[in-house]
Design a protein around this ligand. Structure first.
Ligand code: URA
Length: 190
């Protein structure tokens, strides 16, 4: 268990716990405010993230930033963004179960130290790992699940919105629900 976020990051950047370490350019640890009340979790870095070392910096990331801005959130101001796996799976394939399992301890420590009130899962992989194994994004997006005093919600992955623009309205509505939940349960976000 870590007491320092900086030490956690330093160690994570050196991780060789799974074979993704062999093909990555950089570990993508996460970005944002280290005591954020709202934590976003994606699946794993893509090509741009692997090159730049920051989550959600490609086209999907730009879309995510637009949705965040719509409800007065930003990675520089009041949220944290991390991923289930910290290294890019080759050709952007889904991270394998064993890769997710090997990486899980980093996200667990991030969650313990950030101690968010709300966790938003971006896409199926994150929602199935964090909320429940049979989570269905199309059916359960925007629904808040309370667990031990904090709240979990899953919504569409930004890359999925780029492929299926018809889902964008539903995604935006999820962000509006998120704003309402923040106003209800968070004290420092706005
Ligand atoms: N997709 C993700 O799930 N995470 C990123 O950081 C980038 C793209």
């Amino acid at each position: 268990m870590y007491s320092s976020f900086a030490q956690l990051k330093t160690d994570c950047l050196d991780c060789t716990d799974c074979p993704l370490a062999d093909t990555r350019t950089q570990v993508v640890f996460g970005v944002g405010v280290e005591d954020a009340e709202v934590l976003f979790v994606g699946e794993g870095p893509g090509e741009n993230e692997d090159l730049q070392g920051e989550p959600f910096v490609g086209r999907g990331g730009q879309l995510l930033d637009k949705y965040l801005e719509h409800i007065d959130l930003s990675r520089g101001k009041n949220i944290y963004i991390a991923n289930i796996v910290k290294c890019r799976p080759p050709k952007n394939r889904d991270p394998r179960e064993e890769e997710q399992a090997a990486c899980e301890h980093w996200l667990r420590e991030q969650m313990r130290l950030i101690h968010p009130k709300i966790i938003v899962c971006l896409g199926r992989i994150a929602a199935q790992k964090i909320i429940k194994p049979d989570f269905r994004v199309t059916k359960e997006h925007g629904v808040f699940f309370e667990r031990k005093g904090f709240y979990l919600m899953g919504t569409y992955h930004p890359a999925s919105l780029l492929r299926n623009p018809a889902q964008k309205g539903d995604a935006l509505a999820d962000f509006v629900l998120l704003r309402d939940k923040i106003l209800q349960v968070c004290e420092r976000t706005y």
